[in-house]
Write a protein that binds this ligand. Sequence first.
Ligand code: NDP
Ligand code: MG
Length: 385
Amino acid sequence: MKNIVILGSTGSIGTNALEIIRNKKEEFNVIGLSANSNHKLICEQIEEFKPKYVSIGTEEGKRIIEEKFSEVKVYVGREGLKKLGQIEEMDIILVAVIGAIGIEATSEAIKLGKRIALANKETMVAGGDYINKLLKENPKSEIIPVDSEHSAIFQSLMAGKKSQVKNLIITASGGTFRGKKLEDLKDVTVEQALKHPNWSMGRKITVDSSTLVNKGLEVIEAHQLFGMDYDKIKVVIHPQSIIHSLVEYDDNAVIAQLGVTDMKLPIQLAFTYPDRIQNNCLDTLDLLKVGNLTFEAPDREVFKGLDLAYRAGRIGKSMPTVLNAANEIAVDLFLNKKIKFLDIYKIIEKAMDNHEVEEIDNLDSILRIDQVTRKWVYDNYSNLD
Ligand code: NDP
Ligand code: MG
C-alpha cells in the first residue's frame, strides 16, 4: 500500500490521478490533497478518499473544510502546500499544481527522500538547477516524470545506455493553431485558444500548447530531467499525439513509447514504477483505429514560444525562471482578455531582454527572480511597443 499526496487534486491531472486510485484502492492510500478555490470538489474528494491532511488556497476554504471534517488537518496557501511536502508518512507526492508555486513542496519532499511524481513542469523550468542539486544531496529521492513526453522518454531510455543516446525527440501535437500564419493569429480569442485538438487539460497548459511555449518548457524540462544538452533535444510535430516521444541512440535505433491520449497511464506509472499494473480505467491503444501517424517540422517563425525557450535554456542560470514567470503572467493576462494572443511572445521576449542573468542555486533567489519578473510584466505589459 502506497501513501500518496496529491497537490492540485481538483485539476485535470489531479482528478485523473484520483480516478486511478479509485480503481486500485488496494494499492494506493490518499493521505494528502490540495486545491486552491474549488471548495466543493475538494470536499467531495475528502469525503471519498479520507485524507489526513489538506491544503486549500484561502482561510475561508479552511473554515469550510474544518466545519465538515473535524478529523482533517487543514493548512492554507503557499505554506500549506509546503506542509504537504513535509508529510513523513507519504511514499509519493504527485505535484500537479500549475506554475512555479509547486517548487517549495517539491523541495521539501526531496529533502525527505520521497518519490516525486512530477506533472508540474514549471517547477523544473523555474528551478531545475536547484532541484537537481537537492536530488544529488538526497539520493534516496527520485523524480518520475508525469508529463507524457517525459514519461515516454523515461520509458524509452530503459532500452539503452544514457551515454549512447544521440537525441531525445519530443513530439508535439502542434496545438489548436497548427498550420496558422502570424496574420491568422492576430485576433484569435481565448475560446479558440482553449480548444485543444487531442488533450483535455487545464486552461493554462492548453494556452501554452497553442503558443508552443508548452513545448519549449518541455525542452527545458527534458534538459533538466535527463541531463541532455540542448543540441540533442529535438521537437517534431506529430498531430495524432500517439507517439508520446522518442529516444534515438548512437546506432540510429529509435525507441518510442505509444499510447492513447490520456494522462492516466503516465500518472500511474509514476506511482508504480518499476511495476506496470493493469487498471480498468486505462484504455488500450487500437493502432488500426489510429491508422496514420504523421510528422512535420514546427513552424518556428510563427510559434516563437519554442525558440524563446531554447534561448532561455541555453543561457541558463536565472533565464528559464524569467521565461516561466513572464509566461505565467502573460497567459493569465490573455485568459483575462487584457492582452492579445501574440502579445504573449512579446511579453516573454521583453522580460528576457530586460533581465540581467545571475546564478541561482537556492530557493530564495528563484522565488525572488520569479516575483520580480511577475511584477515587471504587470507594470509593463500595456506599453511594450
Ligand atoms: P489545472 O488548472 O486543471 O489544475 C490546477 C490545480 O492546481 C487545481 O487543483 C487548482 O486548484 C490548483 N491550483 C491552481 N492555482 C493554485 C494556487 N495558486 N495555489 C494552490 N493550488 C493551485 O491544471 P492541470 O492539471 O492541467 O496542470 C497541472 C500541472 O500539470 C501543470 O504544471 C501542467 O503544466 C502539468 N501538466 C498537465 C497536463 C494535463 O494533461 N493537464 C499534461 C502535462 C503536464 P483549484 O481547482 O481549486 O483552482
Ligand atoms: Mg506534455
